[in-house]
Design a protein around this ligand. Structure first.
Ligand SMILES: *Cc1c(COP(=O)(O)O)cnc(C)c1O
Length: 215
């Protein structure tokens, strides 16, 4: 069972700040995705390629926007390239080149976010500022013509100290401020999305507080 009350209250809350919700459905059964879809949700996020492809195949009659939010290996891009709506977790130029190649094969432009490393407390994936600059420079030179870079994504440290989490969010906000062309700042999960929004997020990725605990 999904938590319908939480979901509807959350949508109401997000509407006030024009924040987009991505319902992170990784490790959740297809029935729960359908239930949320029936309540009007269209944006779903997944972390694992095989699981995403199975779900997409099963739900291909529905107009779901599938977001990829997990660590993506270059050799798996080809499986999601035909249908993916937004790849939020681009963490290397090598990966972006592969996405561009597969996008071209599928005659598509694929929307991407660049994942920036902001957590100081943990080892997470993501680009540092130099790598980010390198990618944007490469794109500016006319490469990656089948990629649309829509903005940035970040994951804060998974800790109770909200002061540190806030610093991490503000750091990412300060980076995106340098790029007025970027529309999307994806930061915030079940435990920290309100803080993320107060720091400038306009897309939150929320799983457990809608779907319940994962398997
Ligand atoms: C799992 C996951 C989420 C959702 O986490 P919850 O704590 O369940 O809301 C958000 N973003 C990413 C990248 C994730 O892997």
């Amino acid at each position: 069972m999904i938590n319908k009350e939480n979901y509807l209250a959350l949508k109401e809350q997000l509407k006030k700040s024009s924040t987009t919700l991505v319902a992170v459905s990784k490790l959740q059964p297809i029935e729960k995705i359908k239930a949320l879809y029936d309540l009007g949700e269209r944006n779903f996020g997944e972390n694992y390629v095989q699981e995403l492809c199975n779900k997409q195949e099963e739900l291909k009659e529905l107009d779901v926007n599938w977001h990829f939010v997990g660590h993506l290996q270059s050799n798996k891009v080809k499986y999601i390239a035909p249908f993916i709506y937004l790849i939020q977790s681009v963490d290397s130029l090598k990966l972006l080149k592969e996405i561009n190649k597969e996008a071209k094969k599928n005659n598509r432009t694929i929307n991407c976010l660049l994942q920036v490393y902001i957590a100081k407390e943990e080892t997470k994936y993501g680009l540092d500022e130099n790598e980010l600059a390198e990618i944007l420079d490469f794109k500016k030179q006319g490469n990656l013509e089948n990629i649309n870079i829509k903005g940035l994504m970040g994951m804060a440290s998974f800790i109770d100290n909200l002061k540190i989490v806030e610093q991490e969010f503000k750091y990412l906000k300060s980076i995106i401020n340098q790029f007025p062309e970027f529309e999307i700042l994806s930061m915030g999960m079940s435990g920290d999305f309100e803080l993320a929004i107060s720091c400038g997020s306009n897309m939150v990725r929320i799983g457990s507080s809608i779907f319940g605990a994962r398997k």
